[in-house]
Design a protein around this ligand. Structure first.
Ligand SMILES: [Zn+2]
Ligand SMILES: [Zn+2]
Length: 132
């Protein structure tokens, strides 16, 4: 694979995963990438996302065994809708004191923590109301 082609692929994939407050799975990234360049395969998407994760360019959140990629690499909390599967950032301030408290409790050197709220998002609630 030529260097130029590799750089172009990388740009398309990085663009597909970018955007504040956007959390996409590898499959969702692939669907967007595919519209721009049908020659880019899912394996290539996985490889680039993995690279970005290792380089600290994206956060990777595991929800029910599925990875969501998040370009916002600052520590923040999330809400997961159990109906549509959407992942959202929580506007509330990230509680750094929890790292300290938990570190004291279990004697670990804490780096970060993730709070995952679960429920039904406002969109899905509206959807439900319309049906009943
Ligand atoms: Zn929802
Ligand atoms: Zn996020």
């Amino acid at each position: 694979m030529s260097e130029r082609r590799n750089t172009r692929q990388k740009a398309i994939i990085e663009h597909a995963v970018s955007g504040m407050g956007i959390h996409r799975t590898a499959e969702e990234v692939y669907a967007i990438v595919h519209e721009n360049d049908a020659a880019i395969g899912l394996a290539t998407v996985y490889r680039h996302l993995n690279r970005m994760y290792k380089d600290g360019k994206v956060q990777r959140l595991s929800v029910s065994g599925t990875y969501y990629y998040d370009v916002n690499s600052d520590p923040h909390d999330h809400f997961h809708c159990t109906v549509c599967g959407k992942l959202m950032d929580i506007p509330a301030e990230y509680d750094q004191s929890l790292d300290r408290k938990t570190a004291e409790q279990i004697g670990a050197a804490m780096v970060t923590h993730t709070v995952m709220y679960e429920g039904i998002c406002s969109n899905c609630q509206k959807h439900n109301e319309g049906r009943t």
